[in-house]
Design a protein around this ligand. Structure first.
Ligand code: 1SY
Lengths: 180, 180
């Protein structure tokens, strides 16, 4: 079951490693920058976007003009599987609400969905477009269950299932985020 | 099928992106360093270790004293799924042969196997230790097939299936590499 394994990979190889360090990264960033970004602790989490289309652009701005890149948090490095000092970082975005006020938050797409998308377009993968929608839901549910059982990741993430075709989904996201 | 998805993920999300850039990274490294490392073009590839135990240490030296970290190639960065300038890098190692001569090469473990290993130890993953050996072989075969069909990755990798329990497998690897 492809989506099941990809959800585990996303947790084991990434979220389990980076979410426990998130608070420290944010505190050291705020200490250096001395700005009004990420003031409230309830925004100290990564918003993880899970679009049901599995279509993952590499730049968030491509999906919505109300969201713009602001800055990266400081990098953390770890020795991983023979790669010395492999780098992990998160990007912060300004999300503009209907009154054009910016709300700052850490957002990224669930990268493993790019694998589902590409597999559904490669006949040798044995995985079709009709399987893909179902697999995105399996990915979301599996990841949700793993994270809810993970004490070290508590309160450091928010999974957002974008339940629509690409265009409408992106419009929902700033709306959702700007409510925070 | 978990291993099938992880092999596709390793290709789509990593090897397909980094292997085509490998020659350029090595050329620019050699240009800056002006040393005798990676002189021969047939060593311009990543040796990807696939241990059947799926046990992946984060440092290669933990598995064998005849291999030591030498340097990292220059980093490459790419915007990926909302993470701006995500960093990719490879590590170079000195592998000492029976006459204690160093042979330099790019080596890393197949990172997705860490997911297989951890899943087999977490009862909620629905995946046991007895499945794991079979899944490593599926991973290796699937990845082999994908890479053989990939023109952009040709000659830039060598898959090494370490066909034994951890200790003996690691001793085979320098032996293999030191023959190159
Ligand atoms: N050796 C190595 N060096 C790398 O830089 C690298 N980047 C990815 N991979 C492996 O390729 C495959 C595809 O990667 P993808 O990004 O789709 O999924 C990744 C991605 O969704 C997330 N992740 C891991 N590292 C990062 C990171 N630095 N930034 C954001 N997300 C990350 O967690 C998943 C699993 O990661 P790994 O378990 O390390 O192995 C991956 C995976 O098997 C790498 N392998």
């Amino acid at each position: 079951n492809v989506a099941h394994g990809l959800a585990w990979s996303f947790y084991v190889g990434y979220l389990k490693l980076v979410l426990p360090k998130l608070q420290t990264s944010i505190e050291s960033y705020r200490c250096q920058q001395k700005n009004n970004i990420l003031v409230h602790r309830d925004s100290w989490k990564i918003y993880i976007l899970v679009p049901v289309s599995a279509y993952i652009p590499d730049q968030l701005e491509d999906m919505d003009q109300r969201i713009t890149f602001y800055d990266n948090l400081n990098e953390t490095t770890m020795d991983r599987a023979g790669v010395r000092s492999r780098v992990y970082k998160h990007s912060m975005y300004a999300v503009y609400d209907s009154q054009k006020r910016p709300h700052y938050c850490l957002v990224e797409y669930a990268t493993p969905l790019q694998t589902l998308f590409q597999m559904s377009h490669d006949s040798s993968a044995g995985f079709g477009v009709e399987d893909r929608y179902q697999q995105v839901l399996v990915f979301h549910q599996t990841l949700k269950n793993i994270l809810e059982d993970s004490t070290e990741c508590r309160n450091r993430y928010q999974l957002i299932l974008l339940d629509d075709g690409c265009d409408q989904a992106a419009k929902k996201d700033p709306h959702f985020l700007s409510k925070e």
